[in-house]
Unconditional design. Structure first.
Length: 234
């Protein structure tokens, strides 16, 4: 079977600075007129899940996620130039994507808590769009539960290509790991976000890397299950 490599975006492929959070808050204020009181933890969560928390925290009952996301995407479009200006690619990402892109046994896509338009804007800001078959990805509008995003992506890929895939999920949080495991996918974790290597191991990741700077090792793991786990340094 070919491999479907499902990439998380934020703190796995890249960090996008604070533009998305600014856009989120601006969209919320414009739609609701309610002063912003608390910024949730966005790490590894879906935008549907975050939206529900934000509405509940601020007592909002008359705004749907769909209506909010339309305003949010418009705000992101206005500030998307800041992604590259304030952010950066994670080490080794461009090289690993290129190597996998040359492998006919690999299809790469995105499984991310971002809504599709924001996911596209983030990867486009760093010239990565062509690396992914974004049409078979899983996104934050699919469901509030991240495991469902992995399942939807796998279903879309198998429907499009007419074949079964060996699924691989790569991300930087425990949420990415548990979503992979819930779908029988090989879980690769990178400690390029706020989650420590030890916690990624405890979450059940099959392989844990500090980052993707060792391109040969990363490609081997993503294509051949080259490691069953990595133990963090003491």
């Amino acid at each position: 079977m070919r491999r479907l490599v499902m990439w998380d975006i934020d703190y796995t492929l890249l960090r996008a600075g604070g533009a998305a959070t600014v856009a989120w808050r601006a969209a919320f204020a414009e739609l609701t007129g309610v002063p912003w009181r608390a910024t949730p933890n966005f790490g590894g969560r879906t935008d549907m899940d975050i939206c529900a928390e934000v509405f509940a925290t601020h007592g909002i009952t008359d705004c749907t996620p769909e209506r909010f996301f339309l305003r949010y995407v418009a705000e992101v479009e206005r500030v998307k130039h800041l992604f590259a200006e304030e952010g950066a690619l994670m080490p080794g990402v461009r090289e690993v994507l290129a190597r996998l892109g040359d492998d006919p046994q690999v299809v790469q896509t995105l499984v991310t808590g971002n809504v599709p338009e924001v996911a596209a804007a983030k990867v486009a800001a760093f010239g990565l769009s062509d690396a992914f078959d974004a049409g078979v990805g899983g996104y934050g509008t699919d469901d509030s539960v991240r495991a469902t995003l992995v399942r939807r992506s796998l279903e879309r890929a198998e429907a499009k290509y007419g074949e079964r895939f060996d699924p691989v999920v790569i991300g930087d949080t425990e949420h990415d790991v548990t979503a992979a495991l819930a779908n029988g996918a090989f879980a690769v974790a990178v400690a390029t976000g706020r989650t420590k290597m030890a916690d990624l191991v405890l979450a059940g990741a099959h392989a844990v890397l500090p980052d993707l700077s060792d391109v040969d090792a990363a490609v081997r793991i993503l294509t051949t299950d080259g490691l069953t786990a990595s133990t963090p340094p003491a």
